[in-house]
Ligand binder design. Structure first.
Ligand SMILES: [Zn+2]
Length: 208
């Protein structure tokens, strides 16, 4: 397995490349920016991109998706409840103070319960609305790992003051959908360092 997580763009969104070292097939999660760097990582390792998976449609997570699709031909996956956020990409760009990236409707829906990812490294989609209405987490159960987008951070939770945000809903999503995972599940958040479900269950001040 090849697994790389590195921050991209001015808001330092964690982008993840996961690949099967035998088949050389890869997926990329949240290519928010620095697409030439991401594409370079794929190319230098001889990887074929199969899916571009987006945890939610905030600009720092989805901003580079269409560019990566045009370079690789890989389809873009997004939960449909975040389509309204795609419509206001110019407004999102203004919040951050960056040029408006080109966007397009997703090729596939990330629907709760669906399996995505690679044959040897599948991920189940967990719909976790609250940070945005279409926020999802990706649970790679055989890897004991969840990519949590901006729903759960080490010691914190996602902000809910942007359009589509809802504080009670994000708490409910975390309690009923994420904290039901095993304690030894590694959490890779959308920003900042990795953590675990068990540690956040014990120590996250928002979850008491
Ligand atoms: Zn976000």
């Amino acid at each position: 397995m090849i697994l790389e997580t590195f921050p991209v763009g001015p808001l330092q969104c964690n982008c993840t490349i996961l690949a099967d070292e035998n088949t050389r097939e890869a997926i990329v999660i949240d290519p928010g920016d620095e697409i030439s760097r991401i594409h370079g990582r794929l190319q230098s390792q001889g990887l074929t991109l199969k899916q571009i998976l987006i945890t939610h449609a905030h600009i720092d997570h989805i901003g580079g998706a269409l560019k990566l699709k045009s370079l690789t031909g890989a389809p873009i996956f997004l939960n449909e409840d975040d389509l309204p956020l795609l419509q206001i990409m110019a407004e999102q760009a203004a919040w951050v103070g960056v040029p408006t990236p080109e966007t397009a409707p997703p090729d596939e829906a990330l629907t709760d319960g669906h399996l995505v990812g690679l044959a040897n490294y599948p991920a189940r989609v967990i719909h976790t609305p609250g940070h945005t209405q279409g926020s999802i987490c990706l649970h790679f159960e055989p890897l004991k790992m969840v990519l949590a987008g901006d729903t759960l951070f080490a010691g914190s939770i996602g902000r809910t003051d942007l359009p589509g945000g809802n504080y009670d809903q994000i708490l409910d999503s975390i309690q009923t959908r994420l904290l039901t995972l095993a304690d030894d599940t590694k959490v890779v958040p959308g920003h900042g360092p990795a953590t675990s479900i068990g540690y956040e269950r014990k120590a996250n001040p928002f979850l008491r």
